[in-house]
Each structure stands twice: as C-alpha cells, then as structure tokens.
Design a protein around this ligand. Structure first.
Ligand code: ISL
Ligand code: CA
Length: 598
C-alpha cells in the first residue's frame, strides 16, 4: 500500500503541485513568533468584538435540508430547521454561495451576484431565512466569491464578445497573436492549464479554477465598484458579514511574468501575493465594511504566519479574520493530490502549527480555528478515528479542541453528529469537479487510478458534502426525492433524532461546549499556553484570564496515554469530559478529552 501511494505521489507530482499542499512547507521555514509576555498576560490584547466571542456554524445549503423533494437542499429547508440551529448555542451561520449559478463548482461560479440560485429558492425565501435568523438572535454571513465569476455571468458574456467591448477589462485577456502567456496553474482543470483560448476574440482568458470560472480583473475601478455596491446590496438587507473566497488571489501582476523562482512551484503562495491585494482590501474596507457592524473572514489560501497580520491587523483596516491552510494540509504527502501519508500525521507538528498561529495574534488581529468545512473531509475521519468504537469519543475530543482555543471556532454542520467520510469506491459516485477532473488527469497521464481512489476516500471534498442526517427515515430525512449526492449509510444510527435525546451523545456534547465557551470568557480571550509540547500523543494547554485558569487535555490516540502538565493535578476540578464518567486518573483513556478548572 505504501509503495503504491508513493508511486502515485511521484506520478501526480508531474502534474504540478497543488498550491495548498506546499503552504505548510514554506510556512514551516518562518520563525515562530513568540508573543511578548506582557501582551499575552493581559486580559485582551485588543478590543472585545462580538465576532471574537461567536461560534460560527457553517451550512452547505445544497446538503442541509431539501424542502421540495428535488434532492437538493434549499433555503426553505434551512428556515424549517432554525429552531434546531438555535438549540446548538451557535451565534453566526455562514452559508456557502446561494447566488445564481450554473453549478460547475456548486455555486462558486456565480452568474448573478444579486440573484438567488434557482435550486435554492427565491429572494423572498432568502429574506424569510434572514428574518428567521435575526428573530432568534442568530447572525448570517454570506460567501463573497469575487476572485472569479461564472463564464455565464453577463459581464463575461459581454467581455468575451469583442476586444473593444466596454466590459473587456472586467477579466484578464491575453491576445493570442502575442503567443501563449507564461504558465498559470488551474486547480480544477483537467489539464491543469489556467489559460483558455477563446476563439471569438482569439485571446486567452485566465482561470485559476475551472474554465467556467474566469478570474475577475480587479485592476478595473469599475469592476471594483460593482463588487462594492453588490456587497452593500446584501449588507443593506441586513446580512452580518462575509466569508471571502480565495480573497488573497484577487490581485495579479497583469504583465503575467513567469512565476518567480522564490515560490518554488507553490502556486497558492504566488497567487496570494498580488501587488495590490492590500490596496484593494483597504478600499473595500473604506467603501463598504467600515460602514456596517459586520464581520469579515478571508479564506487565507497561500497566507503564512509571516503575512497574516497584513490582512487582519485592525489598525490596517482590511479584514477581521482569516483561516489558514497550514493545519488542514498536515498529513498529506507534499506535492501530491492530497495523498494521505501512510504514517499518519505528527501530533507534535499539529500542536506546533496551532500554537504558532496562536502566537501570531497574541496582541493584534484575531485567529480562527476549524478542522472541517465543505472543502475538507469529515474531521472525525481525518483527525480522529471513524472506527465504530472510537467515532464518538474521537470526534468529541476534536470538538473540545475547537471550542477551547483562543480563536473564533468555525464549526461545520454535521460534525455535531460526529459524521464521518462516506468513502466512495467508484468515481461515478463523486459529484465534485475537483475529484472528477483530477481522476481524469490521472487517467490521461496513465497514473494509478486505484491508488487515487484510495486517497480520495480520506481526502475528497464530497466526504464533507453528503446530506445532513436528520433521522432514520429514507435518505436520513434530508429529502423525499433522490439526493444529489449519496447519503452516508450510517444515517440509521448517526442522526439528529437519535442524538437529540441522548444526554451523552455527540450533539449534546457540542451544545455543552458552546455553553461552556459562552459562559467562560477565559475560553475566548484567555492566554493560551502549550504544555508538555513534546508529548507525541496528548495535546495539553491552559487558558488564563483574570485569575482563572482552565486546563485542556486531549488524547489523540486509540490507546491510553499519560501527560505531564507540571501542575498539581489534585487541585484541578473537572468541568467537562467526553467519557460518561470523567475520572481524574493520571492516564487519559483512548481519545479522552478533559477540561479542568484550576
Ligand atoms: O478545496 C481545496 C482543496 O481541495 C482548495 O484548494 C480550494 O479549491 C481552495 O481552498 C479554494 O476554495 C474556494 O474556492 C474554490 C471553491 O471550489 C471552494 O469550494 C472554495 O472554498 C473556487 O471558488
Ligand atoms: Ca430542494
């Protein structure tokens, strides 16, 4: 198996390294930035904000709840579940794109930024959803996807129609008579080429993602103003902020030089470093964000600890938060199409990454923490253990981590049920353009398709996109029709109906943890200190604020493990544990999580 995977990595390496894979390698070379002791021991390094105190819950609308039997989740479906959402103790809901789209990339290819996707409903449905959330004290953030649009957007239709169309400069064009421009990598294209020749005007257009996702040209002031007024449209409706898709990529050097050697094949890092990205974000802040009490969070692809504060230092007036890729990239073989390292991941590296990122925001900016989202496999499978005897324990242990770090948690729908990867055997079961096109790439290159499919069982994005599991009726109660993506067969036992009435189940564990965080500011703002850092099995840390001290112990292994906290454990009082009977034993049981007050 191991040789198979290594062979696959080598074969796939020829196709070019996916950018996100190499971020951590580069970042690992950055020095850890220890926080000055004074700032770290103060109550709050910078101002209190509602979004620092929030738990964000992410919903992939296509997979949450179908209201009309067409097999696709929709806005009315979400509205029908608002009481459930409120019961979780979350504060903010992030919805993946809900805008008009031909769905080449499930809504990340937008054809009308101010229209609602047909499959998801109408603007009236949207308004009702927003009102229903606000009535319950929940906030809503939308996905801002403005690095690219759909090729079916009216702007692109105009832009491609002639070289002198007034929308021509909304996109990046390269006249073919100048020859082929320097290579740019497309993450989703079958051949990996980020330039597509468009016959109508004999010019290439740029697409970092699929051919149906042409990159917008932020050099155009008119385009920028269109984006800003579109943002105002949604904010004036009352939405509470944006998650910004690949926002570090929006600025390009429009001379399109060869990729400088310093990036060493790392496209994500190169794309994230456009010459005007911070100018554009400051302009967006001044024109839009600063006028509203809203939150903004960048999808920080290609952003390292060295440049994170340039995006989120409040004094710079750009964005509030970003989420990095260093953590979720761990454990894949470098330069591979997300091939899991047969050795697994090193917990010591895991701890170093999250500790290093905590240090970045010690006295400026603010962090985020996540282990799952719509681009990731299920956290239980990837970071815990989805074998039946460990599924719940390991997943609750990970939930404990997410809810006790000094960063805003971004929690992915379904993780509160300890959902797991579906692990498709056949490419025909996948719907995600990434998996489908990568498969074709491997096939075209004569690569090892079985090894590719084996790797996808762990890493594919569709693992995190299977329908939400409501109950044990057909299709987990997600739809009365045929679901757009198969339901995980474990839905008969893993579902809300079962878990809701189980005091010691996953769901009520998550509820307990959101309450614990909310009622203990030390878990939000308290100083984070890593303990027993060389322990290969246990993640241990304290959080401290105003004389209160909390200790968190997390055993990441399927066997008992000991930990040396250096604290007098007899003084600690257990607040929460993931075993039915938390014990104060020196040894942690498999996947045990304990939270103590000292
Ligand atoms: O999903 C990834 C790895 O499998 C990432 O490389 C991902 O493509 C990248 O993080 C950008 O993600 C965002 O933009 C994409 C979209 O497909 C993702 O769903 C979105 O989160 C293009 O809009
Ligand atoms: Ca539907």
């Amino acid at each position: 198996m191991r040789t198979l995977l290594l062979a696959l990595t080598t074969a796939l390496g020829l196709l070019g390294a996916p950018a996100w894979r190499q971020d951590d390698r580069n970042a690992a070379q950055q020095p850890v930035q220890p926080a000055p002791a004074t700032a770290r021991s103060s109550a709050v390094g910078n101002a209190r904000k509602w979004w620092k105190e929030a738990v964000v819950y992410q919903i992939y609308p296509r997979s949450f709840k179908d209201s009309n039997g067409d097999g696709v989740g929709d806005l009315k479906g979400i509205t029908s579940k608002l009481d459930y959402l409120k019961s979780l103790g979350i504060d903010v809901i992030w919805l993946n794109p809900v805008f008009s789209s031909p769905n080449d990339d499930n809504g990340y290819d937008i054809s009308d930024y101010q229209g609602i996707m047909k499959e998801f409903g109408t603007m009236q449905d949207f308004d009702e959803l927003l009102k229903g959330m606000h009535d319950r004290g929940l906030k809503l953030i939308l996905d801002l996807v403005v690095n690219h649009s759909s090729d079916e957007h009216e702007w692109f239709k105009q832009s491609r129609s002639s070289r002198d169309n007034s929308y021509r400069d909304y996109y990046h064009w390269w006249p073919a008579e100048k020859g082929k421009p320097a290579a740019r990598r497309s993450f989703f294209d079958v051949d990996g080429d980020g330039w597509e020749l468009d016959k109508a005007t004999n010019s290439y257009y740029l697409h970092y993602f699929s051919r149906k996702q042409p990159d917008l040209n932020w050099e155009s002031p008119r385009l920028r103003n269109e984006v800003f007024s579109m943002m105002r449209f949604w904010l004036d409706k009352g939405v509470d902020g944006f998650r910004m898709d690949v926002i570090p990529f929006i600025s390009k050097d429009t001379t399109f030089p060869e990729m400088p050697a310093q990036y060493n094949g790392d496209w994500g890092r190169f794309y994230a470093n456009g010459p005007h990205v911070h100018e554009y974000l400051r302009e967006m802040n001044a024109a839009v964000l600063s006028k509203y009490d809203v939150m903004s969070v960048a999808e920080g692809v290609g952003v390292t600890t060295a440049d994170a504060l340039q995006y989120v230092d409040a004094d710079r007036r750009e964005l509030d938060m970003l989420y990095h890729f260093e953590g979720v990239s761990l454990g894949y073989l470098p330069g591979s199409l997300k091939v899991p390292d047969p050795k697994g991941f090193s917990l010591i590296e895991f701890k170093n990454i999250y500790s290093k990122w905590d240090g970045v925001f010690a006295d400026k900016g603010w962090g985020t923490i996540y282990l799952g989202n719509h681009d990731q496999p299920r956290m239980t499978t990837r970071w815990g253990n989805d074998a039946p005897q460990w599924r719940e324990l390991s997943s609750k242990m990970l939930t404990t981590f997410l809810l006790t770090m000094r960063a805003t948690p971004y929690y992915y729908a379904g993780d509160e049920l300890c959902m797991t990867n579906i692990k498709f055997d056949r490419i025909e079961d996948y719907r995600d353009i990434e998996s489908v096109n990568w498969y074709q790439q491997v096939k075209n290159k004569g690569g090892d398709l079985q090894a590719f499919l084996a790797a996808q069982k762990i890493a594919a994005r569709d693992n995190g996109r299977t329908p939400f599991q409501w109950d044990r009726t057909a299709n987990a109660g997600f739809t009365s029709g045929k679901p757009w993506l198969k339901v995980n067969p474990n839905y008969t036992t893993v579902n809300v109906a079962v878990d809701d009435v189980n005091a010691t189940g996953c769901l009520n564990y998550f509820r307990k943890l959101t309450q614990l965080r909310k009622s203990n500011p030390v878990l939000i703002y308290g100083k984070y200190v890593l303990l027993d850092k060389d322990n290969p099995d246990v993640y241990a840390y304290t959080r401290e604020l105003d004389g209160r001290k909390i200790l968190v112990l997390l055993n990441f292994r399927d066997k008992a493990a000991s930990v040396d906290t250096g604290l007098d454990m007899s003084k600690g009082k257990i607040l929460v544990g993931n075993y039915p009977a938390p014990s104060g034993d020196a040894k942690l049981r498999p996947y045990e999580a304990r939270i103590y007050e000292f």
